[in-house]
Design a protein. Structure first.
Length: 238
């Protein structure tokens, strides 16, 4: 089954104005909104609503729409090229006949044609594979962005209804936290070795009792951990 274009999802023509696209989106969003559906139809409505949001996110943005139109045009040109190539080879193979009763010449000609066809198909498949990989990469990137925007919009909608949204802690969150901590450590180290900021940090530390207490406790804990690790390691070699 041929995949629908974003225009077909919003049920508008490819020449539709921004106003028509917006109107079509609002009409379909109201028609398929999950909260307005019966329980049996909610799953289908949610899937349809996601497609509608993704389509409007692209077609409702002038720059994204231009990029999508270019991608759509390139895809159609590729399909037309493949169709004409297939027809050309079919017509050529259908017209091949024995000439002058010379089977040897025909066999050589047939072998050459098959070799040419093989080389052409090999090159075409290689090009298609590269094109599909690049297209898949771009579509995946676009899909990830659309999913993120849809998720944010849906969460904001739930928050407007009074719901509290909790996110599961992921590896990406841990990575981002470690990167942030690393950056802060580097920035602090740079400031520490610059005389003006070094003196300011020392004075601020000495004059702030709460900060001094927290830092002293943290330093004591880290020092104790490293001391314990060092004693454990040296004990292994005694």
């Amino acid at each position: 089954m041929k995949e629908k274009t974003l225009y077909e999802i919003l049920e508008v023509s490819e020449n539709a104005s921004p106003e028509i696209i917006e109107k079509a989106y609002k009409t379909l969003a109201k028609k398929y909104h999950p909260d307005l559906q019966e329980e049996a139809n909610k799953s289908r409505a949610e899937a349809m609503m996601k497609k509608i949001n993704e389509a409007y996110d692209v077609l409702g943005n002038e720059e994204k729409r231009k990029a999508y139109n270019a991608e759509l045009e390139a895809k159609r040109e590729q399909e037309e090229f493949e169709r004409q190539s297939t027809q050309g080879f079919q017509g050529y193979n259908g017209n091949m006949q024995y000439q002058n009763g010379n089977y040897a010449n025909y066999s050589n000609s047939n072998a050459n044609n098959q070799n040419a066809n093989y080389n052409y198909e090999k090159g075409r498949l290689k090009y298609e594979k590269k094109l599909q990989a690049e297209e898949l990469k771009q579509r995946q990137k676009m899909q990830d962005n659309l999913n993120k925007e849809y998720q944010n919009a849906y969460e904001n909608y739930l928050r407007s209804l009074g719901y509290k949204i909790k996110h599961k802690w992921t590896k990406e969150n841990t990575r981002d936290l470690l990167i942030t901590i690393g950056i802060l450590i580097v920035v602090f180290a740079i400031l520490w070795f610059i005389p003006p900021t070094h003196n300011w940090l020392v004075n601020f530390y000495e004059s702030n009792v709460i900060l001094k207490t927290i830092v002293d406790i943290a330093v004591a804990i880290v020092t104790g951990i490293f001391k314990g690790i060092w004693e454990f390691i040296t004990g292994l070699f005694k």
